[in-house]
Design a protein around this ligand. Sequence first.
Ligand code: EPU
Length: 294
Amino acid sequence: MLEQMEPELSRLTTLRIGGKAIACLLPQNREDLLAAHERAACLGGRLMPIGRGSNILADDGHLPLVLISLDKFADIRTVAEEDGQILVRAGAGASLAALLRFCLQNCLTGLEGLVGIPGRVGGACAMNAGSFGVETGEKIWQMETLDESGASLHARASLQLRYRALNLQNYKQLPIVTSVIFALTRGSKSDILRRMNLNYFEKKFRQPLGAWSAGCAFKNPAKGLSAGRLLDDAGLKGKKLGGMTFSSKHANFLINEGNGSAAAAFELLDLAVASVQAKHDVRLEPEVRILRWH
Ligand code: EPU
């Protein structure tokens, strides 16, 4: 029997907003993992990995989803060395913080830009999370996924990488990422630590790291054009509505002040899109993954 946990989105997301999914599966081993699609079909919902819930804005009320947590698939280890590249395999449920600690301990460079991103490996790959000039997808050597037909391996050449998006050749939709092999290189421990610290302090200086948020709410509309700056110029910085606010530190962070709701979040996002459109004639697109049915 597949283990389950409470399917409350307000407890499973960093925004701490959202209603209840049908179930949240917690596979313990590979056999459980392979049974997940069938289980979701029996329960009558779409299977969706929840990761750390750090890029999700979920609707209030009942959601027709069967969540899957890959928390038990968090192993990180070096698997091979090829052409001067060190191949590190990480389970989708490993946190980026744990992966970065592993890199530092083993003097591996390449991912330092991702410091301070709260997500898990699976989610960071699926959305090609990026920061300080590093995109997760560009370091992937191979990815393992799971769909109704079972597990499959995807070589680097079959990845289609875009800004905050990753897809696979011959797939309409990205299947669930279960593990990833990253190709990294050896570096000096002190240089790696210095870059991590610099990026972390820069992030902490610019972004409201401790707040209940889902990171940047909107994608940057073009290279060199910051959604945060456009929102700031349009007067959204610090704007409050129904327990939600755009951060007064960085206007692209939508924050739950404690009693926010999805309804208030959607209203504030709509207001932001309309204000930026009116002021700059630019249409902002959400970066945060919106789960909305009502
Ligand atoms: N700015 C303002 N007002 C604001 C916010 C920003 O004027 O309220 C200005 C800044 O002063 C700066 C420019 O806008 O001149 C760019 O801001 P920042 O350096 O903070 O970068 P960003 O484009 O807003 C992007 C990513 C972040 C990533 C940082 C650092 C997106 C949507 N955002 O932010 O990613 O951490 O660069 O590399 O791509 C995320 O994806 O969730 C995220 C936070």
